[in-house]
Design a binder for this molecule. Structure first.
Ligand code: SAH
Length: 255
């Protein structure tokens, strides 16, 4: 059996209990060495086969999985954050299906959640935005034209941009070109959220590229943008309002 497991954003205690238990009884671990905290490998038992997938192609990963399977070992395929976001897991799952190898999937804490926690931010502030857009600039992987950053930016929603901190001038330009954000819209760069070396840079959208280059951030970072970062001007939730009746609670005050 192959277990896809989300390792979380960095801090080793941010893996789920289920993920940690799977690691503790793995006979083989294939981890995404570019971003998974190697401290997590300490959970694997003595003698566990360890592969760093950063140095492997898809056929090599599949071969290691097939070999472990043939030897009767449980394999953990450890991905950074949550594997459903830019994890390249679907191609592995499909290949395993055609090889007749069983797999299951254990989610993780994505780095966009780790970054929000690092900032003490809420993406979905009432009266500000009720939408989080997770996207990226095109790199070697193209982005469909209808999802161009400039088009998504037209919504003025809360934005979490992956895989793009090496292209900050392009990010800044596209976000501003959307027409909903201004040069004054709050932005942030979160480098290695939840790692000991985590770095946070707050700035205005108009100075994003400059702030990133001043801080020396060009990789392993998320770009966040939107008025949610100001943390002001929002409305309080209905859910916890004293004048609001829910399925669990009667209103204690009049609206
Ligand atoms: N599946 C991962 C994302 C993998 S793509 C997840 O859910 O987080 C790799 C990109 O994720 C990086 O380029 C960076 O933009 C972002 N990233 C991953 N870990 C990060 C962290 N700890 N802090 C900030 N950004 C991170």
């Amino acid at each position: 059996m192959i277990h896809f497991v989300g390792a979380g954003p960095g801090a080793p205690d941010l893996i789920t209990q289920r993920g940690a238990a799977l690691l503790q009884r793995a006979g083989c671990v294939i981890y995404a060495g570019s971003l998974v905290n190697p401290a997590l490998l300490g959970l694997a038992p003595e003698g566990c086969r360890i592969y760093n997938s950063a140095e492997m192609s898809l056929p090599e990963v599949l071969q290691a999985m097939q070999q472990a399977e043939g030897d009767g070992l449980e394999t953990v395929r450890l991905h950074t954050g949550d594997q459903s976001i830019y994890g390249a897991v679907r191609e592995q799952m499909d290949a395993l299906d055609s090889l007749g190898i069983e797999w299951d999937d254990t989610p993780g804490v994505s780095s966009f959640c780790g970054a929000a926690a690092a900032l003490g931010a809420e993406y979905t502030l009432p009266g500000i935005s009720q939408t989080v857009i997770i996207t990226r600039l095109a790199g070697r992987t193209p982005v469909p034209e209808r999802e161009a950053l400039q088009k998504l930016a037209a919504h003025g929603a809360s934005m979490a941009i992956f895989l793009s901190s090496g292209m900050l001038p392009g990010v800044q330009q596209a976000l501003l070109a959307g027409g909903a954000y201004t040069a004054d819209t709050p932005a942030a760069l979160v480098y290695k959220a939840t790692w000991p070396e985590e770095k946070i840079v707050h700035c205005r959208l108009g100075e994003l590229a400059q702030a990133g280059s001043r801080a020396g951030i060009s990789r392993t970072a998320l770009v966040l943008a939107g008025d949610f970062l100001a943390g002001t001007g929002y409305e309080k939730s209905c859910l916890y309002s004293p004048s609001f009746t829910t399925g669990y609670r009667q209103a204690s005050q009049e609206a």
